[in-house]
Design a protein. Structure first.
Length: 125
């Protein structure tokens, strides 16, 4: 009977540990899954945690937080080959049509901080 109780307690601890263990969001993200003309972008993900809500960029996942266990959808899932004409394509180099350019550059210009020019994010290879 004691072994059964011990096994039950061990299983409960393992289950609670698994539920409590959450993968922390990545510190940096390499944005390279888009059909692009420029080099990949090294995005300092952690540097933006305190500056804005997750849904600013992850706009299809409005309840996403740093502590969420929800799987984050890659931008390319919708933006590589958009099904709707109204969905910005990440292959567009235009500052008005590429969703990264819209989110990132517009915010950085408004805040008067951070990169706003092509080579600031896309270093020449």
């Amino acid at each position: 009977m004691t072994q059964l109780k011990l096994a039950f307690v061990a299983a409960a601890i393992a289950l609670l540990s698994a539920l409590g263990a959450q993968a922390a969001p990545p510190e940096h993200i390499t944005i390279d899954d888009c059909v692009a003309k420029k080099s990949a972008v090294e995005f300092p993900h952690a540097a933006h945690f305190e500056l804005t809500e997750c849904s600013t960029c992850h706009h299809t996942q409005e309840n996403l937080t740093r502590d969420s266990t929800e799987t984050v959808k890659p931008c390319s899932e919708c933006h590589n080959e958009p099904e709707k004409k109204s969905t910005p394509s990440c292959s567009q180099s235009s500052l008005k049509k590429n969703q990264f350019h819209i989110n990132c550059v517009d915010c950085h210009k408004a805040e008067k901080a951070g990169p706003t020019k092509c080579n600031d994010c896309h270093p020449k290879e």
